[in-house]
Write a protein that binds this ligand. Structure first.
Ligand SMILES: [Zn+2]
Length: 377
């Protein structure tokens, strides 16, 4: 079977089937699940395998925070289980594998959850959802949330390009990137909406991270994403709160492309999961070591035309949800482009993604888990 699944349930079944194999070396392994309140058929499943002797290191591997991105994530999680578990030492290393943080989004091939909330903008503590955050978004509204039905892909694309050019002239490209991707907390039907309450998926993950940090000394978390960065080169996306510079991380992990979520290297995010983990560590567990990062598998690419195409895919998908399309043909064109942005079909792309993931996992385990045995090859 190919590593890349076609459905959420296929991916989930494969994940659940891993428990028995893990038990051979981690005898106390357990499987847990959280059924979504509005649809118990959709579950967040996780496998927790405590270290056998001392709870020193824990490796957390999570996928599908942005639903549709979980298909590539699922392939990488399986690669980790197949190829890298043998190099970990169960005596001092525990595991926490989380399948589909956003199961509704994975099932429906959407990025957001069923409330149109981007979970990676939703890790907000103390309910401090700042509705005034990112005022630039409102200035770009005619570009990013057109208030009309889509009648034809070609015609709507022309209108979109005209708006993009207008916005570039008026605001500049950096402002467009920040104004959209940074997130916003005002417009529930808009794009990159971070919500106004902490979502149930987020609450669950916050608890899992806190437990892991309470139990272990050295926490390594790999979280899978797709959509941004160069097409054939996965980016390791570190938090600005990580102590190493991107260049230092690149050398440390022997991995060619490392960026941080700041406007110069990637883009700024508010309410993101990895930043939450660093803040949690800093506030409650300052003596623990943490390395949490996102594997970001680029798809359309990072040149300007590719960025515009990516934005179009996101805008049209949101527009389709809010206003519909003239007919099924138009709707399916929009959906196909959106899926291609997060789950490319091309065999060469999928092969390179696996190669990059293996290289990064190897480098990170070697650097961060002292007891891991990384065979040379
Ligand atoms: Zn993502």
């Amino acid at each position: 079977m190919t590593l890349y699944p076609e459905t959420y349930s296929e991916s989930r079944s494969r994940f659940l089937a891993q428990v028995d194999g893990i038990r051979s070396r981690w005898p106390r392994v357990s499987l847990s699940q959280h059924a979504l309140s509005f649809d118990p058929a959709l579950t967040i499943d996780w496998i927790a395998a405590p270290a056998v002797k001392t709870q020193h290191n824990i490796v957390i591997f999570s996928i599908g925070e942005h639903g549709v991105e979980g298909y590539v994530g699922s392939a990488m999680q399986q690669v980790f289980i197949n190829e890298f578990l043998p190099s970990l030492n169960p005596d001092d290393t525990g595991l926490l594998f989380i399948h589909a943080i956003n199961p509704w989004g994975m099932e429906n091939r959407e990025r957001n959850n069923n409330n149109n909330i981007d979970l990676n903008r939703n890790f907000i503590t103390n309910d401090q959802f700042d509705t005034t955050f990112n005022p630039t978004y409102d200035q770009l509204r005619s570009l990013i949330v057109p208030q009309r039905r889509i009648d034809s892909m070609a015609f709507e694309t022309l209108r979109f390009f005209a708006s993009v050019i207008g916005a570039i002239v008026k605001h500049g490209i950096p402002a467009i990137r920040e104004g959209t991707l940074m997130g916003q907390y005002r417009h529930p039907r808009g794009v990159y909406f971070g919500g106004q309450t902490v979502q149930e998926e987020t609450v669950l993950l916050m608890g899992l991270f806190e437990q892991a940090m309470a139990d272990y000394q050295n926490i390594v978390h790999l979280d899978m994403h797709t959509g941004y960065g160069p097409r054939y080169q996965m980016s390791l996306v570190n938090s600005p709160l990580d102590e190493r510079s991107s260049a230092e991380s690149s050398a440390h992990f022997n991995y060619p492309l490392v960026v941080k979520t700041n406007p110069e290297e990637f883009y700024t995010i508010k309410g993101d999961m990895i930043k939450f983990e660093y803040e949690l560590r800093n506030q409650k567990f300052p003596d623990k070591t943490l390395y949490a990062t996102a594997f970001e598998f680029g798809t359309f690419g990072d040149a300007l035309p590719a960025l515009i195409r990516s934005l179009r895919a996101e805008v049209f998908d949101n527009q389709l949800k809010n206003f519909g399309a003239k007919n099924k043909v138009v709707a399916s064109q929009i959906r196909r482009e959106f899926c291609e942005l997060f789950y490319p079909d091309e065999a060469r792309w999928r092969e390179k993604a696996l190669t990059d993931a293996r290289l990064a996992i190897r480098g990170i385990l070697k650097a961060m888990i002292p007891s891991a045995i990384m065979a040379q090859r």
